[in-house]
Design a protein around this ligand. Structure first.
Ligand SMILES: [Zn+2]
Length: 303
C-alpha cells in the first residue's frame, strides 16, 4: 500500500510500468483470485505474469481487465502519476497543467481525468450525520441573472455539509456532498437527502418551501432569518467551490459540473487522510468497469 503525499515518495515506489502492474496485482488478487467471467477461484499462469487463466472457463485475464485502467492509453505510470497529482494537491490540477507536466496532450489528460472523476463519485455508503446544513447555490453562466425564477446558463447546486467540533473545540466543517439539480422543488431536493443525509441527522435549511414536504422523512429545522450569518461555514464552502471552479478550470460546462463536484468532495472528505488517498483512488478505479471514451461526453472539453 502506498502511503505518502510527496512526489519523491511516489517516484521511489513507482519507477516503471511493472511497479504499477505489481501494485494492481496486489489490489486485485491479494486476497484471492476470482475469475471475472465465471467466478471460479482456481487459476493457471496466464500469458504474462500479470495475467491469470481461469481453470474452469480458461479465460486469460489481465490485471487491468474489468477496471478503469483497461487499455489506458497513457500507460500505467503516467496514469498513476496523474491520479497522484490530482489527489494530493488541495485544488487538484487542470488537464492543461497535467498535459504539460506529464508530457502528453491535454486531450489525453482530459480523457483519463474524466475517468478518474467517475471513480471519485461517492459510494453513497457514508451518510452525513449529526448537525447537517443544506442550501442551494448557482454556478457559472453570466453575471447578469435571467429575470424571473429561471436560471438561464447557470446551474443550480444543492450542498449539504456536516458541522462538527474539531480537536481544538471550534465549530468546523465535517464532510460535504453537492449535487446539481434541475430546480429547487422538493422532488429535486430530495435526492441529496436520500443519498447523503442520514434520517436521524439534525438537518437545518433556510425557509424555502421546497424543503417542507421532506420534513415527513427527515428531521429538518428551517431557520428563516439571515442565512448568511447562520450558515457561515456552509457559505465559506460554497465560495471555495466557486473559486476552485473559476481558478483551476476557468469554466465548466453544466453537463460535467457534477463530475467536478464529485472530484472536489472526494478530496475534501479525505483531507484528514491525504497519505492514503492515492491508494484509495486506485482501489476505487480497480472496482470500476472500463468506461468507453464515447461515454465521456468528449465533445465538451473542459480544462
Ligand atoms: Zn472463469
Amino acid at each position: 500500500m502506498f502511503i505518502g503525499i510527496g512526489i519523491i515518495d511516489f517516484r521511489k515506489q513507482f519507477k516503471t510500468e511493472e511497479d504499477c502492474l505489481k501494485y494492481l496485482v496486489d489490489i486485485k488478487w491479494g486476497n484471492g483470485y476470482k475469475c471475472i467471467k465465471c467466478g471460479h477461484n482456481e487459476y493457471y499462469k496466464g500469458r504474462q505474469w500479470f495475467y491469470r487463466r481461469c481453470r474452469l472457463c480458461m479465460y486469460d485475464e489481465s490485471v487491468t481487465a474489468g477496471t478503469l485502467f483497461h487499455k489506458c492509453k497513457l500507460g500505467l505510470l503516467r496514469a498513476f502519476e496523474m491520479a497522484f497529482r490530482i489527489c494530493v494537491r488541495k485544488k487538484g490540477m487542470s488537464t492543461c497543467e497535467l498535459g504539460k507536466e506529464l508530457g502528453c496532450q491535454q486531450k489525453s489528460a482530459w480523457l483519463f481525468k474524466a475517468k478518474l472523476q467517475e471513480a471519485m463519485k461517492s459510494s453513497e455508503q457514508h451518510q452525513l450525520q449529526g448537525k447537517v446544513e443544506i442550501d442551494e447555490f448557482m454556478v457559472g453562466g453570466f453575471e447578469q441573472q435571467a429575470p424571473g425564477r429561471t436560471h438561464g446558463e447557470k446551474s443550480l447546486v444543492v450542498l449539504a455539509v456536516e458541522r462538527v467540533i474539531d480537536k481544538k473545540g471550534n465549530e468546523n466543517l465535517g464532510r460535504a456532498y453537492a449535487r446539481v439539480i434541475d430546480d429547487a422543488s422538493a422532488e429535486s431536493l430530495k435526492t441529496i437527502f436520500e443519498k447523503h443525509i442520514a434520517k436521524e441527522a439534525e438537518a437545518k435549511t433556510d425557509g424555502w418551501r421546497g424543503y417542507i414536504p421532506l420534513k415527513k422523512e427527515w428531521n429538518i429545522n428551517q431557520e428563516l432569518s439571515n442565512k448568511g450569518e447562520r450558515f457561515k461555514l456552509l457559505h465559506t464552502h460554497v465560495m471555495n467551490i466557486k473559486g476552485w471552479l473559476r481558478g483551476i478550470h476557468h469554466k465548466c460546462s453544466s453537463k460535467r459540473l457534477q463530475n467536478y463536484l464529485n472530484e472536489y468532495h472526494f478530496r475534501f472528505n479525505r483531507r484528514g487522510f491525504m497519505d492514503t488517498i492515492l491508494h484509495n483512488l486506485i482501489g476505487k478505479s480497480m472496482n470500476m468497469q472500463p468506461i468507453p471514451y464515447t461515454k465521456l461526453k468528449v465533445c465538451e472539453l473542459n480544462t
